[in-house]
Design a protein around this ligand. Structure first.
Ligand code: ADP
Ligand code: MG
Length: 265
């Protein structure tokens, strides 16, 4: 943990950043219990936070500190036990499963550690999957999927299957899939957890480019080097936010890549 505490950060700047953009996420006193028969796990213990449009937030913290539970709440994959969650002003804590699925499909792009691509399905078709639940027609779906693949630098891999791509390329397809419905926010839970360090920085380059275009991003990582590419770092401990700091002297992933050896070296 000493590495997190020694990170150069300025506390006031975090709240200044928040007030810069319109509020995308507002969480108020969120609690989550998991009931396991006899025992009960109190995974989130009163989390409150505001995240503005255009922010890029990294979440760190020890294993079991509640990061994934929190991301699942933000992503409308699960509901809090108590507290409020407003996503662009919509109270997600008040909706049932079906309504949450709709909100999720329209507003949220999710990227996981495992790429979760369909094996017998091309990059283009994998990317297009979330559009199946929308009303847009087939031609428009393919067009959007192709655009999303281009955004992650994979325009020339549209007809490849997952087995024909590297881990980094597969994760880029997963990012394209997360972007295809033009979400308000991109949520990524340890997206570089299965990738080597250079490939991880390549993913962060894509995230920084998307964020520069205005996309709001929340990312979980246990690597300080990766968190530094974000603009703001939260540290979870025992189901609570213990630190909330702006990153100073944020590196540009594109610059860092120039200093890293390529796979061929
Ligand atoms: N589906 C679940 N059922 C029961 N307990 C869970 C479940 N998911 C997480 N937990 C517990 O909640 C706590 C927080 O877990 P999690 O959010 O996964 O932490 P992190 O992502 O920071 O490692 C842990 O004690 C974990 O064991
Ligand atoms: Mg986790």
């Amino acid at each position: 943990m000493s590495t997190i505490d020694s990170m150069p950060t300025v506390n006031q700047t975090a709240s200044a950043l928040v007030s810069a953009g319109a509020t995308v996420i507002r969480v108020e006193d969120l609690h989550k219990y998991y009931d396991l028969g006899e025992t009960r796990v109190h995974a989130l213990r009163g989390v409150s936070i505001v995240i503005g449009q255009g922010e890029f937030v990294a979440i760190m913290g020890a294993s079991g500190s509640g990061k994934s539970t929190f991301m699942n709440m933000l992503g409308c994959l699960d509901r809090p036990s108590s507290g409020r969650y407003l996503l662009e002003g919509i109270d997600a804590s008040q909706h049932d499963k079906r309504a949450l699925a709709l909100i999720r499909n329209q507003k949220i792009g999710f990227v996981f550690q495992g790429f979760n691509l369909l094996a017998r399905t091309t990059a283009l078709e994998n990317t297009a999957l979330p559009t199946m639940y929308t009303k847009i027609d087939k031609a428009e779906r393919s067009k959007r999927a192709a655009e999303a693949l281009a955004m992650v630098g994979l325009a020339d891999r549209a007809q490849h299957f997952p087995s024909q791509m590297s881990g980094g390329q597969q994760q880029r397809v997963a990012v394209a899939r997360a972007l295809v419905n033009h979400p308000s926010i991109l949520l990524a839970d340890e997206p570089t957890g299965n990738l080597d360090s250079r490939t991880s920085v390549e993913i962060m380059e894509i995230f920084q480019n998307l964020n520069d275009k205005g996309l709001t991003i929340v990312l979980v990582t246990h690597e300080l080097d990766i968190a530094q590419f974000a603009k703001r770092v939260l540290v979870f401990r025992d189901g609570k936010i213990r630190k909330d700091d702006a990153v100073v002297n944020r590196p540009k992933a594109a610059e860092v890549l120039k200093t890293l050896p390529t796979l061929e070296d």
